[in-house]
Design a binder for this molecule. Structure first.
Ligand code: PMP
Ligand code: GLN
Length: 492
């Protein structure tokens, strides 16, 4: 028997009547239904935490849902609760007719609805709420090149502010082709092989939706970046996972071969890799190229961090390996190359036969990308070698500074060869529980935000490691270390 307050009883009565009339009403702004795990916290979409017993509350909410939504809610809860942090729970409820908009009884798109809010957004919200140092979401602070900002500002004030060409402004497409030649020696036709996108995210979405047919198998490497799987599933592709194991994150030939079949359409490769900080070795890239060729598969290369490679390593795009130019889609991100993640300018280099269907998708997704930002990036890609060298060098120094600080606190820090991210286990520092629990405690009690590595897995992943973004001013990194030290010192 559920005990309800008079207000809840009234709402329940109203709802039941509405349900009996065959109407289903839902609170418009609370839209995702996830069953909280035991002991988890429930927050509404404004980040307000509820003081009531959450599981009991969930049970009563779930019971109050009209039948057609109830099954849907359960599906969501089991699919999502396993995958996402309990801290990203958003409530859903059924409410009074007349006050809120009417929700159709038929379920919405089940693929996308089954995902929670991304861990990056969740941790950034929590960081703001707790006034924490935000080393969760990966965005650099204080590093953006002034001249690139100025080039975009000039283009905004004096240039074209209407729709630019769908494929991107010629200046940027030419700059992307020139960048391919300058850094990797690729001869690229800017008119048939280059397209500008709204960030690497849109490039990935357009590529996956443009290339994958229902039933095609897509090989994904775990841990994997958050937007890959939803787009594969939305395209009705069938994901096949290859798992890399910490601490070395080496690619096993057997695991790779096991994931391929005659139905494999493509493999999605991220190097340098988020969240592991791994840069795939030449031998691993040769293996991937060989297996892809044997299966006549495409390879989509997310190379957003191509210029963030450390310690004399070089980034080697798979596109340059024998027999790969015709089957590889290469994706870059100005957000990472110019430390301007809010700009959301990306670019694709691909053979004309692959770029054409990807462009079809792009034209319906966003059609185009702000022209002034494109002009800023076109200018930026032409910056001198010193800029690109300093970008990686400065980040490597931050990695070393922050990594040494974490080690001194007892963290077991994994190697990091590129990207913005360091992963570490806090066991040696006395942090107990899962990575999710540790991140929850650290953001609220130490006021330092990190991201649990298990959020980058489709199924069960390791629950020992948390990811820190070190692309921050030294003072910010030092302050995070100071807070962590204080917190760990204060522990019993
Ligand atoms: N791929 C990876 C691996 C990323 O980490 C990110 C986010 N930084 C993206 C793609 C998305 O890049 P963008 O912000 O250009 O959309
Ligand atoms: N790529 C960034 C990260 O891994 C986040 C991007 C986002 O918030 N969508 O932290």
């Amino acid at each position: 028997m559920v005990r309800r307050s008079p207000r809840a009883r009234r709402r329940h009565r109203e709802h039941t009547t509405a349900r009996d009339r065959g109407e289903c009403w839902a609170i418009f702004r609370w839209s995702v239904i996830i069953e909280p795990r035991r002991g988890s916290e429930v927050r509404d979409c404004c980040g307000q935490s509820s003081a009531t017993s959450h599981r009991a509350r969930w049970r009563s909410l779930s019971r109050n849902l009209p039948l057609p939504l109830r099954g849907h809610a359960r599906t969501l809860s089991s699919a999502v609760a396993e995958r996402v942090c309990p801290i990203q729970v958003v409530e859903s409820a059924v409410s009074r007719p007349g006050r809120y908009s009417r929700l159709p009884v038929k379920p919405t798109n089940s693929v996308l609805s089954s995902y929670g809010t991304t861990i990056f957004e969740v941790m950034s919200r929590l960081a703001a709420e707790h006034d924490a140092v935000n080393l969760g979401q990966g965005f650099p602070e204080g590093e953006s090149p002034e001249d690139v900002l100025q080039a975009a500002a000039d283009a905004l004030v004096t240039g074209w502010n209407q729709y630019p060409p769908m494929m991107g402004v010629p200046e940027l497409r030419q700059a992307v082709a020139a960048h391919n030649k300058r850094f990797y020696g690729f001869d690229v036709n800017w008119q048939t092989q280059v397209m500008v996108t709204s960030g690497a995210t849109e490039a990935l979405a357009a590529t996956l939706l443009g290339l994958v047919e229902p039933g095609d198998e897509v090989v994904l490497v775990e841990p994997l970046y958050d937007c890959y799987l939803p787009m594969v599933e939305r395209g009705a592709g069938v994901p096949k996972f290859v798992r890399l194991e910490p601490p070395s994150w080496e690619l096993s030939e057997k695991a790779l071969r096991d994931a391929f079949s005659e139905r494999t359409k493509l493999l999605l490769l991220n190097t340098p890799m988020n969240p592991t900080g791994k840069v795939f070795t030449r031998a691993e890239l040769e293996l991937i190229a060989k297996v892809a060729r044997e299966h006549d598969a495409y390879v989509v290369c997310d190379e957003a961090y191509e210029h963030l490679v450390f310690d004399d390593r070089v980034h080697a795009p798979l596109m340059g390996f024998p027999g790969m130019a015709d089957r590889t889609v290469r994706i870059g991100s100005a957000g990472k190359t110019f430390s301007l993640t809010g700009w959301k300018v990306g670019y694709i280099t691909a053979p004309p036969e692959l770029l054409a269907p990807i462009a079809k998708c792009h034209q319906f997704l966003v059609f185009t990308t702000p022209p002034n930002l494109q002009q800023g990036v076109a200018y930026g890609l032409g910056k001198d070698d010193e800029y690109f060298g300093k970008l990686a060098g400065d980040l490597a120094a931050k990695r070393d500074r922050f990594g040494a600080g974490l080690t001194a606190l007892g963290f077991d820090v994994l190697p990091c060869e590129g990207t913005y991210f360091l992963s570490a286990s806090g066991r040696g520092a006395g942090l107990e529980g899962t990575d999710v629990e540790i991140c929850q405690r650290l953001v609220a009690e130490a006021r330092v935000a990190a991201v649990p590595l298990s959020a980058f897995y489709e199924g069960e992943g390791p629950t020992e490691f948390i990811r820190f973004s070190f692309c921050k001013p030294n003072e910010t990194l030092d302050e995070a270390l100071r807070r962590l030290g204080e917190y760990l010192g204060a522990k019993p």
